[in-house]
Design a protein around this ligand. Sequence first.
Ligand SMILES: [Ca+2]
Length: 206
Amino acid sequence: KCVTALLLLNGMMTIFVLLEAQPAAVTSAPQTWNKELLLLKPCWKMLKKKFKSFTPCQVSNLLFLIFSGTPRVAFSAALPGSGNTGPFTTATPLTYKKVFSNTGNCYNPSTGIFTATVSGMYFFRFSMFNNMTPAPNSVVSLMKNSERLTSVWDTAATDIHDSGSNAVVISLKVGDNVYVQLEPNRAVYDDGMHYNTFSGFLLFPM
Ligand SMILES: [Ca+2]
């Protein structure tokens, strides 16, 4: 991906070196191509200024945005089959280490945190399965930075083996973090059947 991004960037650099060195070549180009080059010029100026601080993921997303108009961000992951997760005395992000997909690499399976590299409207969904022993005591919340968005709850009653899910559509800015938080003194269970999942994707940039 990095190689592809760098090759694309190199191609883009070539275009703009020509653009800056030979403006006459541009004016003699077909009118539509001319217009597209002029549209790209502000992007290129911004890239030249900021490129040094960009991660490969950000470069990749920018190039998709510039060349296809559609940055690609989508991920889906599940808790590994490790029995109970929790309880912990403080709120803790769940780390969904079984990764089904992670286009754009914006989801980090080591931390459980999705970090937006594209500003836009996103869809997120998570599911939860209660711990079975001791008595069910499960509460998890979907978080945007430190803000609680939605939750799922199951605690001891006459029934057990409950699953629940929740979802949001929400706008994010670059750098916003989204994750699923296990609330203090609660637990969830998984055994490799992957009842507990966390998924999300970019609907459109804004
Ligand atoms: Ca229940």
